[in-house]
Unconditional design. Sequence first.
Length: 308
Amino acid sequence: MKLEKSTKILLTALLAFNVLLTSCSKNDDSVGPSPIPEPGNEVVYLPVVVHVIHNGETLGEGPNLSNERIERQIEILNEDYRRKLGTKGFNDHPDGGDAQIEFVLAKKTPGGEQTNGINRIDASQINVPDLGYNQNHYAQYAYWDTSAYINIWTTPLPESAVCLSLGSATGPETDLPGTEFLTIPGPNDADGIMVNWIHFGESDIDCHARFGRTLTHEMGHFLGLLHTWGSGECDTNDFCDDTPAVDEHVFGSVPYLGCAGEEIMIGNYMNYSHDAVMNIFTKDQIHRMHYVLKNHPGRNALLTSPAL
């Protein structure tokens, strides 16, 4: 979850990379629902639906985001995950990589009708119980089959929430160590991603989070990634060997020395860094996402979704 210091932070999972390699080796020969190619060999595609929750505003005004802004956000997401040359998502760091994951706005609704992947809901016309700012509350307005769609809700928070509340995401339950620290949805909980409409896509707001990286960060959690600082311990943190160890939350845009005097990776998408400097997923982080896509039944099912 990419939030400011005063906002509560979702519990993050801890994962030892050496255990991850062992787990991957252990499962390589197993028959899963849909095999995932190794990163770098083939691109995988994941369908998303953007539920635009608004309060009756005209299309393109306030929380009722324009199609163009939503489409541009998905474009940014793909620039970041594909490390595309000529975009803010490119880096030439030796530990960086192309995640070989692309996101596609759904082409069919659960009922089989054609869609542009944007589902607009006027919340002023619907009465639902007040469950607070969480996925369960917004899922009452719209919630599509999680085996076929990644549900994303843009939430109609007031403009006073700019730079205060950015987004949150649920995580996948797998056999990997640290799963207990993820926000795993229970039997009656919604699974998906929330993003404050103000931080969805590009804008000229007076905030460091204005280039669409909130969704990049939250999608990382949805696919099983941790914050770089993990539990806040130098010898554990996120257990990715190629993310320099850090034992505290990372904010800002200027790198500094973390554990053992090593410079932190300020540009990593799994920090709370400024959008302007974010530009890297490491190879270990990429392998973790592909492990989740291979071994989590719900995430794996997305690969063959009829919504594609």
